[in-house]
Design a protein around this ligand. Structure first.
Ligand SMILES: Cc1ncc(COP(=O)(O)O)c(C=O)c1O
Length: 281
């Protein structure tokens, strides 16, 4: 179980009790997993790249056939929930569901504490295992869409844990590296940073986008593309990126161990500077 949210707000209702039911049982977002969502990190009370996350939410909602999100109203409930949470370092989740008649679409903002395991894990590095996971190669597989239908992603993470690792690297049936269940994947070859291309139908991570902007100034060349797992396994260093976990060093993938943290440390510091936040421990 995750910790309960510290605060919640709903478009048209304002602040609500985070422990109260916020969604109807016949909302398709609950009943069929047909809702869009976003997860953001809040630094010093300010959500990082909120505009970009709202833009991605609009894209997900369009692919799911949902009404267009009311980004102005969502921004307002973000402010309300953040103020009520009384915390400046937080995780913010935004949901956009089709809702039920006559009210129509429902926008929800939840503010939660940053999970404590993240900094502990950052200092030791994550252990990953590769798991086969067919890429989203057709429009009806919803490429690049952040929907609440995450059961297969969560099952992949659970399988990785069952095998004694922390998380999974999802690889297509032909062995092409895709992403993690909730992260983007990166590796370093000398001064070159490699990450799977968005052409693969993976999620266009906002942290990935931030790191692509920051990598040049940190002295790295970029090579997004389509690569087999074997190429990652010969890298000098591997790391993952996500809004909540930020830049997470990887200590091992399958039977291969990785010692270097060079790029992960440099980019984690650069990310924190870009977010106007002190470096992590
Ligand atoms: C499948 C998947 N890939 C990548 C990411 C990383 O995206 P972001 O950096 O926007 O958090 C996520 C985040 O939840 C994800 O679910």
């Amino acid at each position: 179980m995750t910790d309960r949210p510290l605060a919640a707000a709903v478009v048209g209702h304002g602040l609500v009790d985070p422990a109260a039911p916020l969604i109807a049982a016949d909302d398709d977002g609950f009943a069929r997993g047909r809702a869009a969502f976003e997860t953001l990190r809040v630094y010093g009370g300010v959500p990082f790249r909120l505009g970009e996350h709202l833009e991605r939410l609009r894209g997900s909602a369009a692919r799911l056939g949902l009404p267009e999100p009311d980004c102005g109203a969502l921004s307002e409930i973000v402010e309300l929930a953040l103020a009520a949470s009384a915390t400046r370092e937080a995780v913010l989740r935004l949901y956009w569901t089709p809702g039920v008649a006559p009210a129509g679409p429902r926008g929800i903002a939840l503010v939660s504490a940053v999970p404590g395991w993240i900094e502990e894990t950052r200092s030791r590095g994550q252990r990953l295992v590769s798991l086969a996971f067919p890429r989203r190669s057709s429009p009806w597989l919803l490429p690049g869409t952040k929907s609440v239908s995450y059961a297969t992603h969560m099952a992949a993470e659970a399988e990785a844990k069952r095998r004694g690792a922390d998380d999974a690297i999802l690889v297509d049936l032909d062995g092409t590296v895709l992403e993690g269940p909730v992260t983007n994947i990166w590796w370093r070859e000398g001064r070159r940073l490699v990450t799977p291309s968005l052409e693969l139908g993976i999620l266009a991570g906002e942290t990935r986008a931030a790191l692509l902007e920051l990598a040049g100034a940190a002295g790295y060349e970029l090579e997004p593309g389509i690569y087999p797992l074997e190429r990652l396994l010969t890298a000098d260093e591997v790391f993952t990126s996500s809004s909540v976990r930020e830049v997470m060093p990887v200590a091992g993938v399958d039977d291969r161990r990785f010692e270097s943290r060079e790029a992960a440390s440099a980019l984690q510091s650069a990310l924190r500077r870009a977010a106007g936040s002190p470096p992590s421990s």
